[in-house]
Write a protein that binds this ligand. Structure first.
Ligand SMILES: *Cc1c(COP(=O)(O)O)cnc(C)c1O
Length: 387
């Protein structure tokens, strides 16, 4: 049996995979068994922030792998402590809980909000407000947080205590905060899976102000937007706001599974012994990989992300077959005249891997992609979109 046949027979059929078997990667290119190369404009959905087989990252991971691969959270390890310290130093947050995915980072954020509200306001303040068209993960509780009905249908009953309001509508949020006993508000600054839809800057400021007014936690889901993706270390930094809780994952580990929930001063002491846990959370190998990534997302790299974003916008702006561009930094959505799925499938045949998000072609290239690869990928996307 071929790899794809074996996969179809034995792996749960939850993914509509492309007819492509990848065997290795280097820099911003992945290769199939025949040696055909593909420029990766998706980074494994925003995960491979430094591309494939980055040498510095590999060395950090390999060194940790040969030293101590796992201990459980009964013991202290250096990579976990150092990563938490660096995350706090770079954000001003006070405490970090490590999990293994974006969904787990959001689960932690939701638990923090509920416990914070129970401690400070009373257990009846348990509602979490999220936005319509949001995406927060696939566990039952993060599905409940996700504001898209079609994800909910097959899995009733969901976790209670979630309310969804339309994005970019501060009046709707105010009405929701008046009508419910709310523990926290959780938003993406740019809805990723929802179609690369950025929030208006005034709205993000209004969400923060309303959370202060109604004394609930302001929480930002940076699973996709975080770790340099938008040209700032975390996307909230583009909006001049200070969240109480930030969740992140995808790009943080450079390809290894890690999620983090960053907790600010207001909720710093909420989690105590036994309140939350994860067997693999803070795994030293994943943390060593993440340290290698996070410590290199510096001002120089962030400037380059912004420059690459300007370049892509210049290439795509007003081009035939491109009707609109959305997003920030190297998180970009292209509204194409042709159906996005068709564009992505043809780009793949032409050696460029892209993603979709709703009706958009979504681009999340490695932050370190070279100018030459970026230009070549843009050529292909423009050619396919114009057909
Ligand atoms: C991908 C994503 C998640 C879920 O992350 P997983 O690692 O798949 O659990 C949550 N929130 C946002 C904004 C995401 O983009």
């Amino acid at each position: 049996m071929s790899i794809s046949e074996t996969d179809k027979q034995y792996v749960a059929n939850t993914y509509a995979r492309f007819p492509l078997e990848l065997v290795r990667g280097e820099g911003c290119r992945a290769y199939d068994a025949e040696g055909k190369s593909y420029i990766d404009m998706g980074s494994g959905i925003g995960v491979n922030a430094f591309g494939y087989a980055d040498e510095v990252w590999q060395q950090a991971v390999a060194a940790q792998l040969g030293t101590l691969q796992h201990t459980s959270n009964l013991y202290y390890t250096e990579p976990c402590a150092q990563l938490a310290q660096l995350l706090c130093q770079r954000t001003g947050m006070k405490k970090v809980f490590f999990g293994n995915s974006g969904a787990e980072a959001n689960e932690c954020a939701i638990k923090v909000a509920r416990k914070w509200a129970a401690d400070n306001k009373g257990p009846e303040y348990n509602v979490i407000v999220t936005l319509e068209n949001s995406f927060h993960g696939r566990t039952l509780t993060t599905l409940s947080a996700t504001g898209q009905d079609h994800y909910h249908e097959l899995f009733q009953p969901l976790t209670p205590g979630f309310a969804h309001v339309p994005a970019n509508d501060a009046d709707a949020l105010r009405a929701c905060l008046e009508a419910n006993k709310v523990a926290g508000v959780l938003i993406e600054t740019i809805q990723g899976e929802g179609g690369v839809l950025p929030m208006e800057p005034e709205y993000v400021k209004a969400v923060e102000a309303l959370c202060r007014e109604f004394d609930c936690l302001f929480m930002v889901d940076e699973v996709q937007t975080g770790n340099g993706r938008t040209g700032k270390l975390y996307s909230y930094m583009n909006f001049d706001v200070t969240p109480d809780v930030v969740s992140t994952a995808k790009g943080l580990g450079g390809g290894l599974p890690i999620g983090a929930c960053l907790i600010g001063q207001r909720a710093e002491t909420v989690l105590g012994f036994g309140d939350h846990g994860s067997t693999f959370g803070g795994n030293p190998v994943c943390c060593a990989g993440a340290l290698s990534i996070l410590s290199r997302i510096d001002d120089d790299l962030l400037t380059q992300v912004c420059q690459k974003a300007v370049y892509l916008r210049e290439r795509f702006g007003g081009a035939p077959g491109i009707e609109g561009i959305s997003g920030m930094g190297l998180m970009m959505g292209l509204k194409t005249t042709r159906p996005a799925g068709e564009v992505v499938a043809e780009c793949m045949q032409e050696g460029v891997m892209c993603l979709t998000a709703k009706d958009k072609v979504r681009l999340l290239p490695p932050l370190t992609i070279s100018q030459a690869d970026l230009a070549e990928a843009a050529d292909v996307i423009l050619r396919v979109a114009a057909c």
